[in-house]
Design a protein around this ligand. Structure first.
Ligand SMILES: [Zn+2]
Length: 102
């Protein structure tokens, strides 16, 4: 192989790796969000709780998602005013954008 091609090839490899890492991350987020409701309700198995919390430590988007749900839940529990649905929707969109970024 020509030596001058090597940096280019290396770059292609790292792009492929980044793509794979991104879709792996999306899969993890999807799994985490599928556990979210049961986590909040305290219905998860301890082993699932561990996996879920490990993901939250590493993933800002899912951490924000959890906070939105907890806010909604606590405002319902306190029987305060209804949660601000528009604000919750904006926050959701924000976390989706974060997740789709690198
Ligand atoms: Zn996530």
């Amino acid at each position: 192989m020509r030596a001058w091609l090597e940096p280019l090839r290396r770059n292609q490899r790292s792009q492929k790796w980044a793509q794979r890492a991104r879709s792996e991350r999306q899969k993890q987020c999807f799994e985490a969000l599928s556990l979210l409701q049961r986590y909040i309700d305290g219905e998860l198995d301890p082993s699932d709780v561990e996996v879920f919390e490990q993901h939250l430590d590493a993933c800002r988007a899912c951490g924000l998602e959890l906070r939105v749900y907890l806010d909604i839940k606590s405002s319902l529990a306190d029987r305060r005013e209804d949660p601000d649905h528009a604000a919750a929707a904006r926050l959701r969109q924000f976390t989706m954008r974060l997740r789709d970024q690198d």
